[in-house]
Design a protein. Structure first.
Length: 128
């Protein structure tokens, strides 16, 4: 996937359908059931741990004072629940190994064409 594309429910359902030989409708229902279960568990305050992927948690935040950035007036930010995600070390390793592959291909693409003297030093890249 490139940085411009987003993995959607429909794409996931299509991949499940192809992988398991199901209809896209059935695979969509399976995926929706999984999401519904994740949401219901998080709503109760429990965490969801997916092995080799990570852990989702719901945290309670207390009310606090904040400021309206446009006007500068003080405002109370109400208590709320926020979601957190902590990736597993396996997921981090996979992402970092893929990033190093992308970095290497970007470095190849940014190399300068050899000059008249035959120098082929790579150019400095500011992209991360």
């Amino acid at each position: 996937m490139s940085n411009e594309s987003t993995l959607t429910r429909a794409v996931i359902a299509e991949k499940i359908a192809k992988e398991l030989g199901l209809t896209q409708q059935k695979s969509g229902e399976i995926f929706e059931t999984i999401l519904d279960e994740l949401v219901s568990v998080l709503a109760t305050g429990e965490s969801v741990k997916i092995s080799s992927f990570g852990t989702f948690t719901a945290h309670n935040k207390r009310p606090r004072m904040g400021r309206n950035p446009k006007t500068g007036t003080a405002a109370v930010i109400t208590a709320r629940r926020v979601l957190g995600f902590k990736p597993s070390h396996i997921l981090k390793d996979q992402i970092n190994s893929r990033r190093s592959i992308v970095d290497a291909s970007e470095k190849k693409a940014t190399r300068r064409a050899p000059s008249a003297r035959g120098s082929s030093r790579p150019t400095a890249s500011l992209t991360h």
